[in-house]
Design a binder for this molecule. Sequence first.
Ligand SMILES: [Zn+2]
Ligand SMILES: [Zn+2]
Length: 133
Amino acid sequence: MATARCACGDIVLTITGEPNGTSMCHCKDCQRRTGSPFGVGYYYTPEQVEIAGSPKAYERGTDSGNRLRNFFCPRCGTTVYWLVGPQLERVGVAVGCFDEPDGALPSRSVYEIRKHAWVDTSAIAQRFPRSRQ
Ligand SMILES: [Zn+2]
Ligand SMILES: [Zn+2]
């Protein structure tokens, strides 16, 4: 079991089981969301994630035509998780919000067309110029 939370602790996620994917994304939207050169998300099914607190939502489209809805804490502004997919059927959790990160290398790196030149992804198994196909 893993726990993820926002900076102020109002939003807490309790996660059961292993992620079905871990992804590093260099797209402009992830850069803006995080304020960093890339975002890293761990992906789960909705059944694996229990959410406590009252996050606000911000929905946007993605370059690959998916829907993506970010959930952030109205008090401290941290985006702790998001829903993505045609039916918003996958839950992404921001790796920086985990209490005890596992330290594992993400399984894929996407939107490398936007990657900052100094970020080295050569050790990551699957790398894509845009979204995963
Ligand atoms: Zn908060
Ligand atoms: Zn992205």
